[in-house]
Design a protein around this ligand. Sequence first.
Ligand code: G3P
Length: 217
Amino acid sequence: MKFFVDTADTTAISELNDLGMVDGVTTNPSLILKSGRDILEVTKEICDIVSGPVSAEVVATDADAMIAEGRKLADIAGNITVKLPLTWDGLKACKVLSTEGKMVNVTLCFSANQALLAAKAGATFISPFIGRLDDINLDGMDLIQDIRTIYDNFGFETQILAASIRSVNHIQDAALIGADVITAPPEVIRKLASHPLTDKGLQQFMDDWSKTGQKIL
Ligand code: G3P
């Protein structure tokens, strides 16, 4: 499973990238706002850090303007993935940009039927939003399972990019189902290393070690 980091925070991206934990990056207008940076400048910086796909989202809502914005974003670097909303216009733009050979991530997906349309329009990635479905008392993981089944039934190559990940359980469940990629905030990726029994066991080893009076270095 590939790990994308869902942030425009270049310090966090660099730190995780140095550990080999970053296969790609996803951003969106809200994350650009949070960064306080210029979209073109920060996206270029991210593309210089990470060799994998870096999703940059259009903000136009009609197909022609989305295509123009997508082309401009794709010019930033060779690893840009143009991120488009799952609307009818977004699907039109997906078809055009994917036919031009650009990577496309279709975002704001909340149903299996939407995911089916994105695959038919040539999307490289489909981004179902798990956490936002959980927020309205639906089960986001059911959507990941349904898309996995449909894509496997028909051999669609669009990669399932589980998004709106809020917890380590989301990552484990998406991995068990067979999502191709997860994108998660840096703090959720860091939490994957935590376990209370690891902390407890380490404390015991440290206590016992101090009683030996020995040193390794
Ligand atoms: O990748 C999409 C993500 O940024 C949305 O996450 O937590 O705002 O629903 P969230």
